[in-house]
Design a binder for this molecule. Structure first.
Ligand SMILES: Nc1nc2c(c(=O)[nH]1)N[C@H]1C(S)=C(S)[C@@H](COP(=O)(O)O)O[C@H]1N2
Ligand SMILES: [Mo]
Length: 339
């Protein structure tokens, strides 16, 4: 039996996801001139070895999850941004419920069941709601929004999301005046999510993964509930069937595979803050001037076309480039203290 060790829970997201191990895996492949296809087929006994080599771009998925075409209204958001290739968005992920490696989510989630699904909106609302899978895709008009995404680990992507404003859902639930915060919860199902079944695989996180926003952040027009990307429904590794997207905050706020949205009066606990509160704040607003205790947040590696080695470093922007829209939410706050 794996026992959660204190040491492990003190490790940072950066150490746990180990971008370095992703790089060195590829490095090793290049160095030895090995193509993934030439490797012996793995069975369970050497799944780790297989995992080690599976970072290669040319790797074929055995049986990919089926994503449905989703029609969406085009919008002006992010039309000048260069999108990250779809394949990268689908194969370089953080979703610790499926493992801490960057390719673990795609490798371990293809059988994930998204229909039937139940998303509950509860707490300080006049009209509690329960949405099933079809409701998620059809109850609110779907639009496309091209947003920047900045992970706290200092890499970034630009992603054409499909979804609807969280505010639409919250308005339908009719919040009470006393609702000051919104809490979110990911599905808890260790049978489907190996990281929830094993503390080692799941990076020492206490599941379910939880997140939260202040009510004004939740109601902000940029805040999206995403049900798709690149013209299709979400793949499990990206948080199917529904995940949060708050483009001015670090990626870990974008909680995946949500089953519960709860309105409340007090600030809710949030997963990475519980794990290392000196490193990951509740707000997690992208801020190039407030470094992570162990690395700079001044720049980021943008994941675009080409290999991970040719990817570009670019300056990180205040509020991830959305300052004009959101800075007023934080006026008068000391962003060094409330990070
Ligand atoms: N439930 C859950 N949601 C999660 C995570 C996770 O591990 N579990 N990782 C977060 C982090 S750190 C990032 S950067 C984004 C990554 O989203 P993507 O893999 O779709 O790009 O998801 C966020 N949402
Ligand atoms: Mo992240």
């Amino acid at each position: 039996m794996l026992i959660k060790s204190k040491k492990r829970s003190e490790l940072s997201e950066n150490e746990l996801t180990s971008e370095q191990s992703y790089l060195s895996r590829r490095d090793a492949l290049k160095k030895f001139g090995i193509a993934a296809a030439a490797l012996p087929v793995a069975h369970n006994a050497n799944a780790d070895l297989f995992g080690f080599f599976s970072g290669d771009d040319d790797k074929k998925q055995t049986k990919a999850f089926k994503r449905d075409v989703l029609t969406a209204k085009k919008t002006d958001y992010g039309q000048s941004l260069t999108m990250t290739p779809e394949k990268k968005i689908l194969t370089y992920n953080n979703f610790y419920e499926f493992g801490t490696g960057k390719t673990d989510p795609v490798d371990n989630s293809q059988g994930f069941v998204v229909d039937p699904w139940k998303l509950e909106v509860t707490g300080l609302v006049n009209k509690p709601l329960t949405l099933n899978y079809q409701d998620l895709l059809s109850r609110f008009p779907i639009e496309e929004r091209r947003y920047r995404m900045r992970c706290v680990e200092a890499w970034s992507m630009n992603i054409p999301w499909l979804g609807f404003p969280l505010s639409e859902l919250l308005k339908a639930a009719d919040p009470l005046g006393s609702a000051k915060y919104v809490a979110f919860e990911t599905l808890y199902d260790p049978k489907q999510m190996p990281g929830q079944a094993s503390s080692f695989t799941g990076g020492g996180i206490d599941y379910p993964y939880v997140e939260g926003l202040r009510i004004d952040e939740a109601m902000h027009p940029l805040t999206l509930l995403s049900v798709g990307l690149y013209g299709k429904t979400l793949a499990p590794q990206n948080g199917a069937p529904i995940r949060l997207v708050v483009p001015w905050k670090y990626g870990f706020k974008n909680i995946k595979s949500i089953v519960k949205i709860h309105l409340l009066e007090k600030k809710p606990p949030t997963t990475w803050n519980i794990l290392a509160r000196h490193e990951y704040g509740f707000y997690a607003n992208v801020n190039p001037e407030v470094d992570h205790p162990r690395w700079s947040q001044g720049s980021e590696r943008f994941i675009g076309e080409g290999t991970v080695f040719s990817s570009q470093r670019q300056k990180t922007l205040m509020f991830n480039g959305y300052a004009e829209e959101v800075a007023s939410l934080y006026s008068g706050m000391d962003l060094t203290r409330e990070f």
